[in-house]
Design a protein around this ligand. Structure first.
Ligand code: TRP
Length: 336
């Protein structure tokens, strides 16, 4: 049987935080080393445009995310690691797919519907206020990302599942019309990966401004951990591990035995301050070596750029001939 092809994209907005690390970066890096799988990872910088980011923020975020993945040991020999905008075949395929995408399908996208709903709730006269075609057509670009590399499995968070299903719908319609050219992908949702809460107890997310950057300098890192919300139980009072952000973060980094030991400390009434210090020290030791490498890459972005260029070459080795085949299938061909 042909090898499964795994592909996933990371939108280049924001600075990688410990929630990203636990939920996406760590499992992807582990998978990147698996010789039985063909893995594609890319920085979705064209997708970042849909969020109306400013130019400096997009390039800074691209560098930070690429440096973080590389510093954490992304296996770029076994997997293909590239930047979306380095692959001109992707926007080209996007347009072709656009002609095979029902407008009604896009109308049903959760993210578009949520934006419309926000306008309606905000009593806006125009339900499409502030909504760009990039937001609206976001799933078509994502379909091109996926279909360009014949991905069979697409590991994504639950919120992206619909987009992968749309890619499948679009591919099906294309194949129906033009013959069997595209490979149908499947979303891969891992329900076991931890979703971490942030400083205020809500899900850690850039949109809530409650994140702990993975590679914040040590001092700032400690300060942020000290800010994590707890309740007002005094030292010596037994504490519940259920619903404790500190505990959940610890658990996401530690072994089962270490986690059980901390649960014991909770029952014995560890002071919140002491728990925070313990959490800080644990994570700091865990990520210390990668942080040094991250700092090195951030101070010499040309190393990162070179890695991405290498990745782009390998990605285009596949995308370019496949694009010829797709173009030919739709009737965009040499005339003689
Ligand atoms: N839209 C995805 C997100 O916001 C990122 C992404 C872009 C992606 N293209 C992709 C994920 C292709 C998987 C496959 O998380």
């Amino acid at each position: 049987m042909a090898k499964e092809i795994y592909l996933t994209g990371i939108t280049t907005t924001g600075t990688p935080h410990i929630g990203n690390y636990v939920g996406a970066i760590r499992p992807s890096i582990a998978a990147s080393m698996d010789a039985d799988k063909k893995n594609y990872y890319f920085l979705a910088d064209y997708h970042a445009l849909a969020k109306n980011e400013d130019p400096d923020k997009i390039s800074q975020s691209t560098l930070e995310i690429a440096a973080a993945w590389l510093a954490l040991g992304m296996d770029t020999a076994n997997s293909v690691f590239y930047r979306q905008s380095d692959i001109p075949e992707i926007p080209e395929l996007t347009w072709i797919l656009t002609s095979m995408t029902a407008k009604g399908l896009m109308n049903r996208a959760h993210s578009y519907k949520a934006a419309v709903q926000a306008n309606i709730d905000g009593d806006n006269k125009d339900p499409d206020k502030g909504i760009t075609m990039a937001l609206y057509s976001y799933p078509v670009l994502m379909a091109a990302d996926i279909l360009m590399f014949k991905a069979t499995k697409v590991p994504v968070g639950r919120d992206q599942k619909q987009h992968v299903e749309m890619a499948r719908d679009i591919a099906q319609r294309f194949n129906h019309h033009y013959g069997d050219v595209l490979v149908l992908p499947e979303p891969l949702i891992d329900d076991h990966t931890a979703v971490l809460a942030g400083l205020d107890g809500r899900k850690m997310s850039k949109s809530y401004n409650n994140t702990i950057p993975l590679f914040a300098p040590e001092k700032q890192f400690r300060k942020l951990i000290m800010k994590i919300k707890t309740n007002s139980l005094e030292p010596g009072e037994p504490k519940d591990i259920e619903g404790s952000t500190l505990f959940d973060i610890y658990k996401a980094f530690a072994t089962a035995d270490e986690t059980a030991a901390v649960a014991e400390q909770y029952a014995e009434g560890i002071a919140w301050g002491a728990m925070k210090q313990q959490l800080f020290e644990y994570i700091n030791d865990h990520i210390g070596p990668a942080r040094a490498e991250y700092d090195r890459l951030m101070s010499d972005p040309s190393i990162v750029e070179e890695e991405l260029q290498k990745g782009a070459l390998r990605a285009r080795e596949l995308a370019s001939p496949y694009m010829d085949q797709i173009r030919s299938a739709i009737g965009i061909r040499r005339l003689g």
